[in-house]
Design a protein around this ligand. Structure first.
Ligand code: SF4
Length: 600
């Protein structure tokens, strides 16, 4: 083992007190120091932490941003959401590969650079985007790619790259009660302390606030269940792992409204009696880490975190930030807790739920970033005030992340109940064919349904609002989403691991001109298997984009059904193209014709 690797690993292990619960953080930081997680680095972790090697390798192998094989010194990952595709990400990726003489998915021979794709990076309003060594670069163009290639060839560190490349804008286009309210870091807590624990919980319940991560569970009931759950130690977790493609509201809340989110976590700790909290930040938002650490430090200085918060004896609470490492499934709350505990992010069996058996088996509240931000508003203004905004079943406002075919992509906050049509008018969308609400696992809304409303009782959403005009092919949209699910399946259960891959292959088969009605029937069969037998929501919803678009945009599929009879996906004649080119032949004998083959 080289001294440099040993020293780097030891420094990281020391920082985390050799605690295996921090294994994901340790692996991530070792990689930041050494470019990859080498066998020597794992040797040292095994020796010092006394963990089985298989455990360390198993965790490192689970997360797509952790590398146990050498990668380029510059690791480029192009964001590959459908909106990035619409903005030309693949042309730019191919262009960059050509400029740097590297094949997609490979590392250059000199070890300088590797280029590949990754799932949506949460920059859909300023794409195409990519991550360079996990730091976001936005608004990619050919001139920007040229400049980046020059910097890479010169070996320039990221700190020497123009700051403009890393600029991430909030793009807040419409404010309502949450985004327009005055920032006032201590006011929510002061108001909550005056009300007391029971009073604050009563206000949260009276507000009818429902979780903003998509499921919509009543926040007050969740806090109450956790508070009443037996156990000495309780925890608060903020789920900032917004991985649903097309969603980027948490990015903005944590950039410009972080005090509100952290205040909401502290209010929750006050109610449930927690002393420790975690903010689980998605790895794609690595660039926010220093900013958030600074906000935490400022809150500690103001006695809004730490011991005896605002002088209240017994109110001791602090927050740590954990960075994810590229696993969509960790957005599921029990998988997130596994990851927080330093394990692979595999969803747990439920029940029991985290409110009784969460982090380290203790009662834990897990809420979304936007939910915590709303709680600080409720603490200030009261539950009745909040319940008066929105609709009867959906109190308050919803932040929408608008992207795709419109002139003003960005963040729009509306009271619940806003019609899809009104959002389209506000963001400058024209000739809209469909809107995908709540990402790939959500709903595709055609033009005939644009009077439908954003609300739990009609169109529930975690926030994504992706717009497609009539120039877009809804089959290709669904195919992109199916590829996403196949890529992000964690592999724990066979129906999802195999089913999502088969589904991806079926969609590719249709795209390659081998589709028949038989394939439709197979897709429906696959949906039933995935819905009935998958372990978590990813598997349950993996067929949604296909079934939804087949039902609403059938011609986009029928165009691809070139055969009445079943055709295999593998095209032998096409596979022989390279051989024909190499031998310079293109005569009839050099082609494989299945019909003539049968008659021989
Ligand atoms: Fe993992 Fe998919 Fe099974 Fe969920 S359904 S546990 S993502 S394999």
């Amino acid at each position: 083992m080289t001294g440099a690797i040993k020293a780097a690993v030891d420094t990281v292990l020391e920082r985390y007190r050799r605690d295996p619960h921090y294994l994901v953080q340790i692996l991530r930081e070792v990689q930041e120091a050494c470019d990859w997680i080498s066998p020597e680095a794992i040797d040292r972790m095994q020796e010092v932490m006394r963990l089985p090697r298989t455990k360390i390798e198993g965790v490192a192998g689970f997360y797509s941003f952790l590398y146990t094989r050498p990668r380029g010194k510059y690791r480029m990952l192009f964001s590959d959401n459908i909106t990035d595709r619409m903005l030309g990400n693949m042309e730019l990726l191919d262009y960059m590969c050509g400029q740097l003489w590297v094949e997609r998915g490979k590392t250059s021979e000199d070890g300088l650079v590797s280029i590949d794709t990754t799932s949506c990076t949460g920059m859909c309003d300023q794409g195409p985007a990519m991550l360079v060594n996990n730091i976001a670069v936005t608004r990619l163009t050919k001139p920007r790619i040229d400049a980046i290639c020059e910097l890479i060839r010169a070996g320039a560190p990221l700190t020497a790259w123009p700051a403009e490349f890393f600029r991430v804008e909030d793009n807040v286009r419409r404010e309502d009660v949450m985004l327009a309210s005055e920032p006032d870091p201590g006011r929510a807590l002061t108001a909550a302390l005056a009300r007391g624990v029971d009073g604050l919980l009563a206000e949260i319940k009276a507000s009818n606030l429902r979780g903003r991560g998509g499921a919509g569970f009543a926040t007050g009931l969740k806090w109450e269940a956790c508070r009443n759950a037996p156990g000495e130690v309780h925890y608060v977790v903020c789920n900032a792992d917004e991985g649903e493609p097309g969603t980027f509201k948490d990015r903005v809340l944590l950039t410009s409204y972080a005090d509100r989110v952290l205040a909401g976590m502290t209010l929750c700790a006050f109610v449930v009696g927690a002393k420790r909290g975690f903010l689980y930040l998605r790895g794609e938002y690595r660039y926010l880490l220093d900013h958030l650490q600074a906000v935490l430090a400022r809150r500690r200085r103001r006695n809004l975190l730490g011991e005896r918060i605002l002088g209240r004896t017994g109110l001791d609470f602090d927050i740590e930030i954990h960075l994810g490492a590229g696993a969509y499934v960790c957005g599921e709350e029990s998988a997130l807790i596994e990851s927080l505990e330093g394990k692979r992010g595999t969803p747990r069996n439920r029940p029991p739920y985290p409110v009784t058996h969460g982090y380290l088996g203790s009662p834990t509240v897990v809420n979304n970033v936007e939910t915590f931000a709303a709680c600080s508003l409720i603490a200030r203004n009261g539950g009745a005030w909040y319940a008066g905004v929105g609709t009867e079943d959906s109190a308050g406002t919803k932040i929408l992340c608008v992207s795709g075919d419109c002139s003003r992509p960005g963040i729009y906050e509306y009271p619940f109940g806003v019609a899809v049509r009104d959002v389209l008018a506000d963001c400058g969308a024209a000739d809209t064919q469909a809107v995908q609400i709540s990402g790939p696992s959500g709903i595709c809304v055609p033009a005939a349904e644009f009077d439908r409303r954003i609300a739990f009782e009609d169109l529930p959403t975690a926030g994504a609002f992706m717009i497609f005009d009539h120039s877009r092919d809804l089959f290709e949209v669904a195919r992109n989403f199916v590829h996403f699910f196949a890529h992000e399946s964690c592999g724990f259960c066979t129906p999802c691991r195999v089913g999502t891959s088969l589904l991806r292959n079926m969609m590719d088969k249709l795209a390659n001109g081998h589709g028949s009605p038989y394939d439709f029937a197979e897709i429906e069969k696959m949906n039933k298997i995935l819905q009935a037998m998958s372990h978590c929501g990813l598997g349950h919803s993996a067929c949604n984009p296909v079934l939804d678009t087949v039902a609403k945009f059938r011609p986009a599929y029928e165009r691809r059904l070139e055969h009445d009879e079943f055709k295999p996906a593998f095209d032998l004649d096409r596979a022989l193209t390279a051989a024909r080119q190499m031998t310079g032949r293109d005569d009839a004998e050099a082609h494989f014709d299945a019909r003539s083959e049968e008659s021989r």
